[in-house]
Design a protein around this ligand. Structure first.
Ligand code: ADP
Ligand code: MG
Length: 380
């Protein structure tokens, strides 16, 4: 085990255990989590793996095989803010969040390595947080559940890293199971495993990592959130999640601001698309999901306006090559798209996307299959 050996080399003794937590892609339900709505992520086979041992002296030693930096040493109670400490803020933030919640974590040595692509909208950050959270939970006998670990991991990212993310990524990394997507109600974290066995149906799901991230994205995310909040206020609901799809035309007619109107149309219709996809999957009609994904892309592109030329090209070129459906996934302005295709057409679709990107003069995308995989677990 490579990560365990790395730990032993660094810290001079074998780790007490080794854990793995996956990245994720979201099948449908975008910008719904910041409106208390529904999402349907699945875990990727790509994981962050952490070898960990306890310490009793209040010291935290952190090392990543993927970063050109030596061991980062911090105190578990260091009053200094973690923002600015780079990657180490993610695992250190988890320790802070655990201690803040009253859990007696007295230190740790951690060495980790990850196969989750970073910054591609596939939640390498949540994988890092959740693997740290389960390792400390197990070593310190904290008895926390998956959703409790996810909430602590989100708290770590919000409060200690300083990223105002929702809870979907951490819930997916903590609670997904193999062969399923995770239906999650982000208002109260109720969740259910939805069968999503692609291979058995002769289907494949591809991730197209465009490898671009447009600078525009950061401010746009906050602007979309604010626009959704304005829509909820104007319609007299706490969040857009409370609006019924059947009432959407009536709700839209009450909104004077055209931008807010189109944001509301996206969120309410995407919540509805999550329900539609679940109904299709539970009825065994996995192919029927394709057109709903494509509808979701059009909504993100035209109503929420968070797509970009590279994502649009990933979608149009894969559909042009016969894919069943495709959409951007994640926050947009770059990152990844998802493509549902007949398994035996995956090569043709992959080739078509590569050719379209080359012809447009874009950097070559990274394309790989998304096999619905297990959530966080102890490896040894
Ligand atoms: P995403 O979660 O979509 O991949 P984020 O910006 O939320 O993108 O998180 C990426 C950050 O997480 C990286 O910049 C780095 O700080 C941290 N990170 C992810 N994977 C690793 C790793 N293997 N080693 C160290 N830090 C990592
Ligand atoms: Mg992240």
């Amino acid at each position: 085990m490579r990560v365990a050996d790395g730990f032993t080399e660094l810290y001079g003794s074998a780790p007490e255990g080794v854990w793995a937590a996956p990245g994720r892609v979201n099948l449908i339900g975008e910008y719904t989590d910041v409106n208390d709505g529904f999402v349907l992520p699945l875990a990727l086979p790509h994981t962050a793996v952490a070898a960990v041992s306890r310490r009793g002296d209040g010291v935290l030693r952190l090392h990543s095989a993927d970063v050109r930096q030596g061991v980062v040493q911090l105190s578990v109670d260091d009053p200094a803010p973690l923002a600015g400490t780079g990657w180490a803020a993610y695992p250190a933030g988890v320790v802070r969040a655990l201690r803040e919640a009253g859990h007696p974590v007295t230190g740790a040595d951690i060495h980790l390595a990850s196969t989750v692509p970073t910054g591609a909208g596939l939640s390498s950050s949540a994988a890092l947080e959740v693997v740290t959270a389960l390792a400390l939970n197990d070593l310190y006998g904290l008895g926390l559940t998956g959703p409790e670990l996810a909430v602590l991991a989100q708290r770590a990212e919000n409060a200690f890293v300083g990223v105002p993310c929702g809870v979907m990524d951490q819930m997916a990394s903590a609670c997904c199971t193999e062969g399923h997507a995770l239906y999650l109600d982000t208002r109260d974290l109720t969740h259910r495993q939805v069968p999503f066995d692609l291979a058995a149906r002769g289907l494949g799901l591809l991730v197209v990592d465009t490898r671009v991230k447009h600078a525009l994205g950061d401010g746009a995310y906050a602007e979309r959130r604010a626009g959704c909040e304005a829509g909820a206020r104007a319609l007299g609901v706490r969040t857009l999640r409370e609006l019924e799809y059947a009432q959407l035309p009536a709700s839209l007619a009450r909104l004077a601001d055209g931008t807010v109107r189109s944001y509301v149309r996206h969120v309410v219709s995407d919540n509805h698309r999550v329900r539609r996809v679940i109904d299709l999957l539970e009825a065994g009609d996995v192919r029927g999901v394709g057109p709903v994904l494509t509808e979701g892309h059009v909504s993100l592109r035209d109503d929420l306006r968070v797509s970009c030329p590279e994502l649009d090209l990933a979608v149009s070129s894969s559909l042009g090559a016969g894919a069943l459906g495709a959409r951007m996934t994640g926050g947009g302005f770059g990152g990844s798209a998802l493509v549902l295709t007949e398994a035996d057409a995956a090569d043709v679709v992959t080739k078509a996307v590569h050719e379209a990107f080359a012809a447009a003069g874009y950097p070559a995308p990274r394309i790989f299959p998304a096999v619905p995989s297990a959530g966080v677990r102890r490896l040894r």
